[in-house]
Design a protein around this ligand. Structure first.
Ligand SMILES: C[S@@+](CC[C@H](N)C(=O)[O-])C[C@H]1O[C@@H](n2cnc3c(N)ncnc32)[C@H](O)[C@@H]1O
Length: 183
């Protein structure tokens, strides 16, 4: 299954999709056909959202105006709002609320509960909440390191991402980022 295969394939064919396509497909399957209103909390640069805008009417929220600027470029036509997923209340509801990897930014169980309460507050009756995290405590085997280099013109960025579990007795992992930029 191609990564970007539209989720509407499920609507037409009722097929199960695998991998990253399953995320959009899961939403389509849960909501049924139609251009439903969805809200993404912690949209970041809007990469994941860009795979959903063809099929859904999206509203996007993030703590960072700078990240929203990236998402606005990638997702024109989407309403972008600054806010904190732990306490924002937009005063309207959606067929679905999505929190992708941004859920990993909740640094305590209290923050996690607050984000879930925000999702619940923005759901229509029978609405769908989808969230996903990169790591789960039960399955995390660390430490893990990831290194990646990207270049654009004369500028090169290398980032190192190091994730470890400083205290296996609690429910928190720590990720340390180092960015090296050469111009
Ligand atoms: C890893 S990025 C999301 C990337 C995104 N999934 C994509 O496809 O581009 C995580 C985002 O969560 C946002 N974030 C972290 N804490 C937040 C909070 N409390 N409320 C709203 N956004 C938050 C950060 O500003 C960041 O842009």
């Amino acid at each position: 299954m191609a990564r970007d295969e539209p989720a509407r394939a499920v609507c037409r064919g009722g097929r199960a999709l695998a991998g990253s396509a399953a995320r959009g497909a899961g939403l389509r399957e849960a909501l049924g056909c139609g251009r439903h209103d969805i809200l993404e909390l912690g949209v970041g640069g809007g990469h994941n959202l860009s795979h959903r805008t063809a099929d859904f009417q999206a509203t996007a929220l993030d703590l960072s105006e700078n990240m929203l600027a990236h998402s606005r470029r990638l997702n024109p036509g989407v309403e972008h709002l600054v806010g904190d997923m732990r306490d924002v209340r937009l005063g309207r509801t959606f067929a679905a609320v999505v929190i992708d990897d941004a859920i990993s930014h909740m640094r305590s169980e209290a923050d996690l509960r607050a984000a879930f309460a925000t999702a619940a507050a923005h759901l229509e009756p029978g609405g769908v909440f989808i969230t996903s995290t990169e790591f789960l405590r039960d399955t995390f085997r660390g430490p893990r390191a990831e290194v990646c280099t990207r270049a654009k013109g004369d500028t090169q960025l290398t980032y190192v991402e190091y994730t470890h579990d400083p205290d296996p007795a609690d429910t928190t992992l720590e990720t340390v980022f180092a960015h090296f930029i050469t111009e």
